[in-house]
Design a protein around this ligand. Structure first.
Ligand code: BDR
Ligand code: CA
Length: 315
């Protein structure tokens, strides 16, 4: 059965790949895409989402602008990874499709309340500000959301912005705390998974071989985006984070993890944004999230590459 999803995202080259994967896949119906502030400010992420939809031949997708900055504190961005536009590596035309007038937070609330309970999945690919704000404003959505699938956090891999914290959680720990405590079923795709889905030269070559305008843009993004992490980690290719969220919805059998308690550190300067995951069950705290740890990386890339081929493209 087709899964109804809302994507909340801060593109970002890897966010772009996640959106393309969703738009190419009949297993999911994208009800709308909400822009988050994260990798770059909101004015750019809300534009980037529309560029991606137009690249995919989907100017009909409804795109909403969300919150300008985190629920607490000021916005920390990552141009040092993603470039000044957030999607450096491919030059796409300015979008002509509109941004919806409704605020993204209102869209999330209205959509979850208007659909039958247990039918709408929320996918967060950036800081959880919009979903956290929606839950704070209308707590009743928590009991109606089918599941929340989020890229965020890290346990065995540690963090990528600080030794303890992964970027999406670090930018808005308060929002992540609200989401993790909301009671809806949650699946977290942490760095422990995404650091296993590397953009190796062979995998990038397979995308390049598609030989389309779309694949050229994707390869441009991947080559730009991976250079930072290749230097940092000394690997062939860099981690491709966000498409894991969508791949999980399409092929959950690619992933393995454990239902456990996950709390968010919001106070300590040293470990702010850390996902304190009780993997070994050493506390009695409630098991509130499925924390993923393993992935069939070749299966993931086979899925991604096959789906990219399905999108409309000019040679
Ligand atoms: C996450 O942060 C962003 O840079 C990526 O888009 C991904 O969502 C990885 O830590
Ligand atoms: Ca992202």
């Amino acid at each position: 059965m087709t899964q109804k999803i809302i994507i909340d995202t801060d593109p970002g080259q890897d966010d772009a790949l996640a959106i393309l994967l969703a738009l190419a896949s009949p297993e999911v119906e994208v009800l709308g895409i909400v822009a988050a502030a994260g990798n770059v400010p909101l004015s750019l992420t809300s534009k980037n989402i529309r560029k991606i939809c137009e690249l995919a031949g989907r100017p009909d997708v409804r795109v909403f602008s969300g919150c300008k900055g985190p629920m607490e504190g000021s916005l920390f961005t990552a141009e040092y990874v993603h470039g000044a536009t957030g999607m450096d590596g491919a030059d796409l035309p300015e979008p002509t499709m509109p941004l919806q007038a409704q605020h993204g937070v209102e869209f999330i609330i209205e959509t979850v309340m208007a659909n039958a309970p247990g039918t709408v999945t929320i996918c967060t690919l950036g800081p959880m500000t919009n979903l956290g704000t929606a839950l704070a404003r209308e707590p009743a959505i928590a009991g109606r959301i089918k599941q929340i699938v989020s890229m965020g956090g890290g346990l065995f891999e540690g963090g990528n912005v600080t030794p303890a914290a992964e970027f999406n959680i670090y930018v808005d720990p308060r929002a992540a705390e609200i989401v993790l405590g909301c009671g809806a079923p949650i699946v977290l795709m942490p760095l422990d998974v995404t650091h296993k889905t590397l953009t190796t030269s062979a995998r990038v070559a397979a995308v390049k071989a598609l030989g389309t305008r779309l694949s050229d843009a994707v390869v441009g993004w991947l080559e730009f985006f991976e250079r930072f992490d290749e230097a940092k980690y000394g690997t062939d290719g860099g981690p491709l984070h966000d498409p894991n969220v969508i791949a999980y919805l399409i092929k959950p059998e690619l992933y393995a993890g454990r239902l456990c308690n996950v709390e968010i550190e919001t106070k300590s300067e040293l470990t702010k944004g850390m996902t304190v995951a009780d993997w070994w069950g050493v506390t009695q705290r409630p098991k509130n999230a499925t924390f993923m740890r393993d992935v069939d990386a070749d299966g993931f890339y086979a899925l991604l590459t096959e789906r990219l081929q399905r999108l409309p493209h000019e040679a």
